[in-house]
Structures are given as structure tokens and as C-alpha cells.
Design a protein. Structure first.
Lengths: 346, 288
């Protein structure tokens, strides 16, 4: 895993030890290519659904940020929407007050969210896991309430209106059909994904995985556990901030809902649905979640909420492999069958 | 001033009855049960339906609410919860959030999203003056204080004086050793879970008039329950009780004197208290 983000092996958890097998390598390469080719293909295939597709890309980025924190660093949070919301309000407020340049808006949102992460990390990581859980919940609710009460700045329950975004790179203006919005979101998602892959395959990413597996041992071999976790928290916050800013810029509106507890919970669901601790898990989970949302919530909203709940319960009881775990199991079965013998790979 | 204090005490007592079951699951069994409020909501709706649709007397409604929630708790504990004992907190969080979503959706579908209202029986309405005009307090608040006070006393005596209480304390102190001594730890936890759920149901029914009741109830009051447990610690009745009283008074005073800040007071209180006493969360018994 030394080749940085460009090695394909980086997508495979090191513990499988099978990354060197050529058949598996090419299979993964094809799967990755297909996954990323599907996004631009969707642009042409579903021109009427571009706003929804933008939402999917944004949700995927949010789930990716949550994966960095929960899946890799093993810090469970119930308030990740705080970063998303702060990013959204940062980008939104900048645009309302006359600076609608989108890329610097993203950067500002990332910086604001990272700062929030830096300030709150000591609070969250201070006690045990349970205390951290509740502090994140409390912080998320505090921020929601603060945004709700500070109606003069944020627009409160009515939402932040009048967000004017300038053309991307001065070339492409945001159109009514959401074409620019989708391609812009997609490009940001892809770049952030590459960055995330670089991060998780770096020594830093490996240290995070080690901490998640056994924090005491990592401490004993000289890893500054605390500093690594703070860094992961800040980083995940920045990623979520970018996702929030994307939402604000592409919809040109910020509602209080960006900070809601529901968003934090849904992020966790996407992650667990796709598979925890694999970068593609969050992405695939987000796609599955958003598509299911679109289809099911057409029936009745309560119906949808019931099924999210049911999915969470089943996933929690059944374990965390998620969709990717399922795919991997099927793939391993296929490979072992192709080699004949009928004996299992292990 | 005194009026605010008394109202705060009443709602604090109510919070204690709602939350004390959670102090057992979270504090003692180390299970993150974010769905505790759902049992309170179940009790509340049972009470509303019986009272408004079938005209059952209020006190009987309270009993029915408590029994229904206890039964629900027992069934869920045996069928679902027990799979998740000893699992990661993340699994427990996901599971219980899922339960909350399902419960809210079902209630929304059956009863609608609006606030539920009940009419209290005549003997619980009105206000009386106490201390020679020093303060007034609603009769219902007084009833709450008396009833919840009685429950607190009963719980305390039950935990300290009875055989079941001493077994529970033993199971909490060290489940392995308790099991070795032949104490049926699983069954004790199951019974405790049911009792806690039943009390939550009772609290939900009592709270319709004070806290309100709609499908968002479990999430809205989740933070309150967590504070009670987090601040109160787990191995006594007294700790969570004092925490609940404090919380009730702060909450009512906050809403009364600085309404524009709203729920912010409570969230801040929670975070600050957690930072000051992170170990109060698990008290004894819980391992990190």
C-alpha cells in the first residue's frame, strides 16, 4: 500500500492479502471504471432527473466524510450534520453577502467546518465512547437551535434566501435544468474521493485503521493516538463542510434541515448500507439510499420513514458488511468456483 | 419565583419517571438505547386513545399505559434487544435510531402528526394557592409531584430492601461474578427492562398534559433523558432523581425567563455537564 492513491490495491483492505492476484485486480479495476463511468452516463440517460442526481452526489460526499471518521478512525458520531450545515451556511452566507465565487466558497466552507472540528474535537474525544456520542449529539442539536434562533443571520425556519452563485471558473453558469450543478457536484465528488483515497492509503490512514482495531497497541508502538483522532475529526468535518457547501451552491438555498439530526442519522444509514470502512461503501450506500428514497417517498412520507427504520434495525442486527460486503462475498464465491475444485478460497 | 420552582420540580419528577428506565439500560447494562422515548410515546398514545375514544377513567388509563409499555418493552427485549447486548455502540445506536424512526412512522400513520390533547378529570383541574398566597400551583402539578414522589420512594426501597433489588445491584456491579453465584442475570435484566419501559409509558401518559405528545416525542426528549442518565450516574435512584429535578427547574426557568433562547439552554447544559463529569455517565460498573 505504498504507491499512494494511484494503486488500485488501495481500494482493497490490506487484510485480505489477495490484492496481488491479477484476476481480482482486473475485476476491481473494471468495477471501479464502471462505477465512475455510470455518473456521466446518468447525465445523458436521465436529463430530467439532474437535480436528484446532484443530490445523490452530495449525499455520497457526505457519506464519504462520515466513513473517514466512523469507518476508518472508529469514532462514532451522532452530530455529523453540524459540519454539513456549517459548510452550507458558510457558502450560502458568503454568496448572499456578495461573494458568489463557487470554488472559494467551497474552500471557505471546508475551512469553517475544519475549524469547528478543531474546536470541538477535544470535547468529543475527551471522555469515553459513550460520552463522545452524547457530546456530538448535543453539539449537533445546539448548532441547529442556534441557527434556528439566529433568524436575522440565517433566515431561521424560513431558510436562507437570495443565494447568488457566480459561474464556475467564470465559464459555466448555473442553469435552470441543473446541468452545471450536476457536473460541478460530480467533479467535486470525484476530486474529493481521490483525495480521500490518497489519505486512507497514506501512513496516516493506516494509523487510523490501527487505532480503530486496537488503540492501546497503537499507543504502545508510538503513534500519537489523540493527535491522529483529532486530525481525522477535523478532516471529516472539512469533507462534510464541502458537501454542505455544494448543496447550498447547487440549490441556491439553505434550509434549517441541513443541520437536522435526521441528516446525521441518514448519513450513518447510507454508510452502513454500503459497507463501513471502505471508501466505496459510503458512495454506493448513498446511491442506493437516495434512489430508494425517491421511489418510496413518492408513496407516503411516513412509509419511507418506517422503512429507513426497518433497514437500520436489520442492518444493525445482521452486521456491517453492507452491500459491498455482499458483493464481495458473491465475488469470492464466483472466483473460487471458476478455479474449480469447489473448495473454499480459504 | 416559587411558582416557577414548583413547576420545575413537577416536570423534573416527570422526567425522572420517564428516564429512570434508561439509566438502567444505558448506565447499568451499557446499552445505548436511544429508543427509550418510544416507550414513553407508546404509553402516552394508549392513554390518549383510551381516555378520548373510550372514556376510560384517567387513573385506569395511566395503569393501562404503564402495562402496555411494559409489555412492549418485554417483547422487544426478548425478540430484538438481546441480539445487541455486548455489540459495538455503533450497532446499538443504529438499531435504536431505527426503532425510533419506525415507532414515529407507525404513530404518525395511525394517529396523525398533530399534537394530542387530553381533558383532565375535574378533580385534577384548577390551581390552588399555597403558603398564604406565596405561590400558586396547578392541582395536576401537585398530583404529579405526589405520584412521582411515591414512585421514587418505591423504587428506592425496592432497590435497597428487596431481594430482587440486591440481585440487580449485584448483577450490575459484576455480571460475571453474579452469574457465577447463580443469579439469573439475563432474567433480571429483562424484568428490569420491562419495568423501566413501563415507567416510561406511565411518564408518557402523565406527560401528555405537561410535555405534549406527537410523533416526534422520542427524539424531542431524547436529550433530556440522556442528561438525566449522564449527570445522575447509574447505581442509585437518588443520582438520576436529583439530576432530573435540576434539569426540570433549569428547563422551566429557562423557558420562563429567557424564552427567546429556547432549547439552547438545555443542550448547552448537557454538553457542559458531560464535559465536567464524563465519568458520571458510566459511574461504576461500566467498562470503557
Amino acid at each position: 500500500m505504498s504507491g499512494g492513491g494511484t494503486t488500485l490495491a488501495a481500494a482493497v483492505p490490506a487484510r485480505t492479502g489477495q490484492a496481488a492476484q491479477p484476476g481480482r485486480r482486473w475485476g476491481l479495476f473494471a468495477a471501479e471504471g464502471l462505477f465512475w463511468a455510470a455518473w456521466p452516463a446518468a447525465y445523458f440517460a436521465f436529463p430530467d432527473y439532474l437535480p436528484l442526481l446532484s443530490q445523490v452526489a452530495i449525499a455520497a460526499l457526505f457519506a464519504l466524510s462520515l466513513d473517514l471518521l466512523v469507518g476508518y478512525a472508529g469514532v462514532v458520531t451522532l452530530g455529523h450534520a453540524a459540519f454539513f450545515g456549517l459548510g452550507a451556511y458558510t457558502a450560502g452566507l458568503l454568496a448572499v453577502h456578495g461573494w458568489g465565487e463557487p470554488l472559494s466558497g467551497l474552500a471557505a466552507a471546508a475551512a469553517a467546518a475544519a475549524l469547528l472540528g478543531l474546536v470541538t474535537a477535544p470535547l468529543v474525544l475527551r471522555g469515553g465512547e459513550l460520552a463522545g456520542l452524547m457530546v456530538t449529539l448535543g453539539l449537533g442539536l445546539m448548532l441547529y437551535e442556534a441557527a434556528n434562533k439566529a433568524a436575522a443571520v440565517t433566515g431561521g425556519a424560513d431558510g436562507l434566501q437570495g443565494v447568488e452563485i457566480w459561474p464556475v471558473l467564470g465559464l459555466w453558469r448555473f442553469d435552470l435544468f441543473g446541468r452545471t450543478a450536476y457536473l460541478y457536484s460530480l467533479a467535486v465528488l470525484f476530486l474529493m474521493f481521490l483525495l480521500a483515497r490518497l489519505i486512507v492509503s497514506s501512513p496516516f490512514g493506516l494509523a487510523l485503521r490501527g487505532i480503530r482495531a486496537n488503540a492501546w497497541r497503537m499507543h504502545a508502538i508510538g503513534t500519537p493516538v489523540r493527535a491522529r483522532l483529532v486530525a481525522a475529526y477535523v478532516l471529516a468535518g472539512a469533507f462534510a463542510g464541502v458537501a454542505g457547501a455544494l448543496l447550498a451552491q447547487t440549490t441556491q438555498f439553505v434550509s434549517l434541515e441541513v443541520l437536522a439530526f435526521q441528516r446525521s442519522a441518514e448519513g450513518l444509514l447510507m454508510l452502513v448500507l454500503g459497507g463501513l470502512g471502505r471508501l466505496y461503501g459510503g458512495l454506493i450506500g448513498a446511491v442506493a439510499f437516495m434512489v430508494a428514497h425517491h421511489v418510496l417517498s413518492g408513496v407516503t412520507p411516513q412509509f419511507w420513514q418506517f422503512w429507513i427504520g426497518a433497514a437500520l434495525v436489520v442492518l444493525a442486527i445482521a452486521g456491517r458488511g453492507g452491500l459491498l460486503g455482499l458483493l464481495k462475498a458473491v465475488w469470492a464465491r464466483l472466483l473460487s468456483r471458476r478455479r474449480g475444485g469447489g473448495s473454499t478460497a480459504q | 419565583m416559587l411558582t416557577v420552582l414548583l413547576d420545575g420540580v413537577a416536570s423534573g419528577m416527570l422526567l425522572f419517571v420517564l428516564a429512570c428506565g434508561l439509566s438502567v439500560t444505558l448506565g447499568l447494562m451499557n446499552f445505548v438505547n436511544l429508543a427509550h422515548g418510544a416507550f414513553g410515546m407508546a404509553g402516552g398514545y394508549v392513554c390518549v386513545v383510551l381516555l378520548n375514544r373510550y372514556g376510560v377513567p384517567f387513573l385506569a388509563c395511566l395503569v393501562a399505559a404503564a402495562l402496555f409499555a411494559a409489555l412492549l418493552g418485554a417483547v422487544l427485549e426478548r425478540t430484538l434487544y438481546r441480539w445487541l447486548y455486548g455489540r459495538d455502540h455503533l450497532d446499538q445506536v443504529l438499531f435504536s435510531i431505527g426503532l425510533v424512526f419506525m415507532a414515529s412512522a407507525v404513530v404518525d400513520w395511525l394517529m396523525g402528526a398533530r399534537q394530542q390533547l387530553i381533558t383532565l378529570p375535574g378533580w385534577l383541574q384548577g390551581r390552588i394557592e399555597i403558603g398564604g398566597g406565596l405561590a400558586t400551583i396547578g392541582v395536576y402539578r401537585l398530583f404529579l409531584i405526589a405520584l412521582c414522589g411515591a414512585i421514587v420512594l418505591a423504587l428506592h426501597l425496592g432497590l435497597v430492601r428487596t431481594r430482587f433489588g440486591s440481585r440487580l445491584r449485584a448483577a450490575v456491579d459484576d455480571a460475571v461474578v453474579a452469574r457465577g453465584l447463580g443469579i439469573p442475570v439475563d432474567r433480571i435484566f429483562a424484568v428490569t427492562f420491562a419495568v423501566g419501559s413501563g415507567l416510561a409509558g406511565l411518564g408518557g401518559a402523565l406527560g401528555v398534559e405537561v410535555l405534549g405528545l406527537d410523533p416526534t416525542f422520542p427524539l424531542k426528549y431524547l436529550v433530556y433523558f440522556l442528561i438525566v442518565v449522564a449527570v445522575g450516574g447509574a447505581n442509585t435512584i437518588l443520582g438520576p432523581f436529583l439530576a432530573a429535578l435540576l434539569l426540570g427547574v433549569v428547563d422551566v426557568a429557562g423557558k420562563y425567563y429567557v424564552p427567546e433562547v429556547g432549547a439552547f439552554v438545555i443542550y448547552t447544559a448537557m454538553v457542559v455537564l458531560l464535559l465536567l463529569r464524563p465519568q458520571g455517565l458510566l459511574a461504576r460498573g461500566g467498562a470503557r
